[in-house]
Design a protein around this ligand. Structure first.
Ligand SMILES: Nc1ncnc2c1ncn2[C@@H]1O[C@H](COP(=O)(O)OP(=O)(O)OP(=O)(O)O)[C@@H](O)[C@H]1O
Ligand SMILES: [Mg+2]
Length: 451
């Protein structure tokens, strides 16, 4: 008998833990009330509940062309809440995240960078009704012939497949193109597949799992389909306006490069006009549907006056995504001007935004956020070490406390400890200072030498 033993990896494989990897949603109950701790979110109840209302408005299509601004001090979860909104909206709603400073890239004009971001945030859902053969494969036989140029190689030539549903069974004989796909997709008995009657494209939906074959399987278990094998099926694809722009521009670029015209990274505006016209036509014919997604711009005070006026104008167009901005600035100059404005955002744009505020955390909230982050970063803490970090988080900042975790873990490991103790945290805090301390330190020397 073969003995099988599980081998625990010594050190976990490379996995980048992003700052917001623990956020899985907004953590609201069915009445939209924030649970103290859910979906990786802790506390900050009003802001999360407000974000929940925004999510509902987006889902009901009541937010198009409007925006949200999340304001609050640094480290109070503004970005975390935006990530929560994205998670709540689900896969099907486009969500584009950028920071205000990203528009100053040297590769593209500012307005082009913003235009692309805007168009990535608008989806177009195409629905198509197609005739397909769908069912469980109950028999499959692939017929081979000799390769025309190499008699030692056999190539698939045709196939015979029997597809079954609860009510029907159809035997299909298919040609080479489909036989090749059946092989490539490794279609076996018990797989649920559908074949497009017109194009011959084969799709594998999953497998009928009667009994558990293995503990871990890579395929999805599905139910046996019912109804006829040959039927009409609705197929949905979601593309963004940017995808369509790129596809259309590429077609033209191929022609242009043939004629020796230079290529640019920017998409010509007439391409966008054409795409818009086509999309509007498809929508009015009922063949496509617009899915306004979310464009999230973090550190919105980094945008300049041109970018703001571009955004304000874009929000008024009929193909506009929902804008979510975040900033930690109070009254400050609008970049590119000498005008001071709340959050560095021009008033005409501010007027169009719903404002959500985040407030500084209480120690109990900090403790739970740190606990979640410690778990996420796989840093085992003793209760006292967590208390010490909570104290640092409350006195200095939450970010600072989070950043000390990994150094503290290394210090503990060097001492041969499995868990991080108070001493490790204190030593980490001696090695790495927070911003207030680093500024105070430099100022002390400036007084002595630099004057
Ligand atoms: N309510 C919360 N629940 C769980 N984790 C949170 C919460 N608030 C913040 N965090 C986490 O704390 C860290 C700091 O929060 P975040 O980056 O969202 O702050 P911010 O308000 O965007 O700050 P800044 O103004 O500096 O950009 C992140 O890792 C974030 O995921
Ligand atoms: Mg942030």
């Amino acid at each position: 008998m073969a003995a099988i033993k599980e081998v625990k990896p010594v050190r976990k494989e490379f996995r980048r833990v992003g700052a917001h990897s623990h956020i899985r949603g907004l953590g609201l109950d069915e009445n939209g009330r924030a649970k103290f701790m859910a979906d990786g979110m802790v506390g900050q109840a009003e802001a999360r509940e407000a974000a929940g209302i925004v999510v509902q408005m987006i889902r009901e299509g009541k937010m198009a062309g409007r925006g949200v601004l999340i304001v609050g001090p640094s480290g109070t979860g503004k970005t975390a809440i935006a990530v929560g909104i994205a998670k709540e909206l689900g896969e099907d709603t486009p969500f584009v995240a950028m920071t205000g400073s990203e528009i100053y890239s040297s590769e593209m004009k500012k307005t082009e960078a913003m235009m692309q971001a805007l168009r990535k945030a608008i989806g177009v859902r195409f629905r198509e009704r197609r005739t397909v053969y769908e069912g469980v494969v109950s028999r499959i036989r692939i017929g081979y012939v000799k390769h025309p140029f190499n008699p030692y190689v056999r190539v698939p030539h045709e196939a015979e497949v029997v597809l079954e549903t609860r009510d029907d069974s159809v035997k299909l004989r298919v040609g080479e193109e489909i036989a090749v796909q059946l092989l490539q997709l490794r279609v076996r008995r018990g797989d649920v597949i559908w074949i497009d009657a017109e194009t011959g494209e084969v799709h594998k939906t999953g497998r009928i799992c009667e009994k558990r074959e293995y503990d871990i399987s890579v395929y999805k278990c599905v139910e046996k389909p019912s109804g006829p094998v040959k039927k009409e099926k609705e197929i949905v694809h979601l593309l963004t306006l940017h995808d369509l722009d790129v596809a259309y521009a590429a077609q033209r670029a191929a022609a242009a490069s043939f004629l020796g015209m230079p290529l640019t990274r920017e998409i010509p505006s007439d391409v966008r006009q054409r795409v818009d016209e086509e999309v509007k036509k498809l929508v009015s014919e009922g063949r496509a549907e617009l899915v306004p997604g979310v464009l999230f711009i973090d550190d919105a005070h980094m945008l300049d006056i041109e970018a703001f006026s571009f955004l304000t104008r874009a929000m008024e167009s009929d193909l506009a995504p929902i804008l979510v901005l975040a900033t930690n600035r109070g009254i400050t100059k609008i970049r590119g001007t000498d005008i001071e404005s709340p959050h560095g955002i021009p008033l005409d744009l501010l007027d169009r935004l719903l404002i959500i505020k985040t407030r500084p955390y209480k120690p109990e909230e900090i403790r739970e956020i740190l606990r979640i982050r410690a778990d996420e970063e796989e840093v085992p803490l003793t209760e006292e070490a967590l208390e010490e970090l909570t104290k640092l988080g409350a006195e200095r900042s939450l970010r600072y406390a989070v950043q000390l975790m990994e150094p503290a873990r290394i210090l503990a490991e060097r001492e041969g400890r499995a868990k991080v103790t108070v001493e490790d945290v204190r030593r980490a805090a001696e090695y790495f200072v927070d911003v207030k301390e680093s500024v105070r330190y430099i100022q002390q020397y400036e007084e002595k030498f630099l004057k």
